[in-house]
Design a protein around this ligand. Structure first.
Ligand SMILES: [Fe+2]
Ligand SMILES: [Fe+2]
Length: 196
């Protein structure tokens, strides 16, 4: 890793620590460590670190602030914005990374933006950030152990089981309307990729 990137990672880490609650900071560090372990394709370490550190960086903002910022941008994924309050922080963190930190790497930017809704054609970095966010050691939900085990050998298979678990759970709670359409697109895309 170049010295510049190391310095940027250190700076971001301090900002994140000073901004987030200790519990959320712990989650972010766990996501980073989990993602580094899942990296089997030689993604540069600093790209994983920056993506993980920033993914929840704006999660302490109020819903009204998040809505205000997102509305200015007219993201196509955020039509009916009031339905998608839990995912807005990823879009706002993406804007922060792009506009304030001037990060140019689209892979990093997309892994932040889509970390809770996914999309089709996700890169390896996007996949491991999405997965790590859901399986880091403090995550507790029915089925997480199985997803963790599969993730050690097969990222795509672990993602498919994660999506099935998410969709089944929300449907059983009569909350299928809370599932962002991208989740279904991501699942369909992964299934098609697996067939090839
Ligand atoms: Fe998040
Ligand atoms: Fe997160």
């Amino acid at each position: 890793m170049s010295k510049d990137m190391e310095l940027l990672v250190d700076k971001i880490k301090i900002d994140v620590k000073n901004t987030l609650t200790p519990k959320r900071y712990e989650h972010v560090i766990n996501v980073m460590e989990t993602a580094l372990l899942l990296n089997k394709t030689n993604i540069p370490k600093w790209k994983i670190e920056i993506s993980a550190l920033l993914h929840d960086f704006q999660k302490e903002l109020s819903d009204s602030e998040l809505i205000k910022i997102c509305k200015r941008e007219n993201f196509p994924e955020l039509k009916n914005i009031e339905n998608w309050l839990p995912i807005l922080h990823g879009f706002v963190a993406y804007l922060y990374a792009k506009n304030i930190l001037e990060i140019k790497d689209n892979n990093i930017l997309n892994s932040i933006k889509y970390h809770s809704i996914g999309r089709t054609k996700m890169s390896e970095l996007e996949k491991i950030i999405y997965l790590s966010d859901n399986i880091e050691p403090t995550r507790k939900y029915l089925g997480v152990e199985a997803i963790r085990n599969i993730a050690e050998n097969d990222i795509e298979c672990a993602l498919l089981l994660l999506l099935k678990t998410k969709i089944d759970y929300l449907s059983s709670q009569k909350k299928a309307g809370n599932i962002h359409p991208n989740t279904f697109l991501m699942k369909k895309w992964l299934l098609e990729e697996q067939k090839e």
